[in-house]
Ligand binder design. Structure first.
Ligand SMILES: [Zn+2]
Length: 245
C-alpha cells in the first residue's frame, strides 16, 4: 500500500490497524557511465514496495534527493546540504507523527545519507523531549545493502568488482526495475579504482568515470530480482519486529 496512491480515508483505516510506515530514502547522483542517476532511490523504493506488498505495510513517497555533494562534478547529480536534509527529514517525520504514526522505518540506499538522517533523528527526539511530548514515537534507519543475506548474496554473485559506488549489486537492482536500461558494456578499467571520498573536485580526479571499485558489466536484471527478493524478505521481518517494538 502506497501513501501517494491512497485516499485519506484509506490512511485513516490503515492507522486503526498499524501505526508504522516505511520511507524509502535514496539519492539523485551519478552512478558511473552505465548506472542510472536515480539508482539509490530506485533500489530503496523497489525493495520498500515489494516488502510493503508482502507485509501489507504502508510505504511513504520516496525521499529521492539526499546528501551527495561529492558527486556534483557529474551532470545530473542533485544534493541537499546536510543541514537542509536534516530539516526536511524532520518535517516529513513530524508530519506523519501528527497523524498518529508512531514508528517510522527508513529503508536507505545511500551511504551519504546515514549521518544527516541520524542527526535528524537526534533533532526530532530532542524537540519532542523539550516540548514535553510523552507519546510513543521511534524511528529506524536500515541500509538495504546491510539487510541479512544481502552481503552474502553480493559476495556470491560478484566475488570480484562488487565495488563501493555504482556497485554491481545496486545496478542489477535498477536493471530489474528498468530492463530497457540494462547496459552491460565493459568499462575501462574493467574494475574501477578504490579509494576514499572527500569533495567533488578530488572525487572526479580520483574516480574519473564515477565508479569506485566496481565492475558493473556483471550487473543484470536476473541478479537484481534475486537481490530484491532476499532484501524484501529480510525487510518484512525487520519491519514487523520494529513496528511491534
Ligand atoms: Zn548508489
Amino acid at each position: 500500500m502506497r501513501l501517494h496512491t491512497s485516499t485519506w480515508p484509506e490512511i485513516e483505516t490503515y492507522l486503526e490497524r498499524c501505526k508504522g510506515i516505511i520511507i524509502p530514502i535514496g539519492s539523485t547522483e551519478q552512478h558511473g557511465p552505465t548506472g542510472l542517476v536515480g539508482c539509490d532511490a530506485i533500489c530503496a523504493e523497489e525493495i520498500a514496495w515489494e516488502g510493503g506488498r508482502r507485509g501489507d505495510f504502508l510505504v511513504a513517497p520516496t525521499f529521492n534527493v539526499g546528501s551527495a555533494q561529492h558527486h556534483m562534478s557529474f551532470p545530473g547529480t542533485m544534493t541537499l546540504r546536510p543541514s537542509t536534509m536534516t530539516s526536511v527529514i524532520s518535517d516529513w517525520a513530524l508530519s506523519l507523527a501528527a497523524h498518529g504514526f508512531t514508528h517510522i522505518y527508513f529503508i536507505n540506499g545511500h551511504g551519504g545519507n546515514i549521518a544527516p538522517v541520524h542527526t535528524a533523528f537526534a533533532e526530532i527526539y530532542a524537540r519532542r523531549a523539550l516540548d514535553g511530548d510523552q507519546s510513543d514515537f521511534i524511528m529506524k534507519l536500515q541500509n538495504w545493502f546491510d539487510l541479512p543475506g544481502i552481503p552474502e548474496l553480493t559476495e556470491e554473485l560478484y566475488p570480484v568488482g562488487a565495488g563501493s559506488h555504482a556497485t554491481a549489486a545496486e545496478i542489477s537492482v535498477t536493471f530489474a526495475a528498468y530492463p530497457e536500461k540494462e547496459d552491460r558494456r565493459v568499462l575501462d578499467p574493467k574494475v574501477a579504482p578504490e579509494g576514499s571520498i572527500t569533495d567533488k573536485n578530488r572525487y572526479r580526479l580520483d574516480f574519473p568515470d564515477g565508479r569506485i571499485g566496481s565492475d558493473p558489466s556483471q550487473s543484470n536484471g536476473a541478479d537484481g530480482q534475486k537481490l530484491i527478493d532476499v532484501a524484501a524478505t529480510a525487510m518484512v521481518g525487520d519491519v514487523a519486529a520494529f513496528f511491534n517494538s
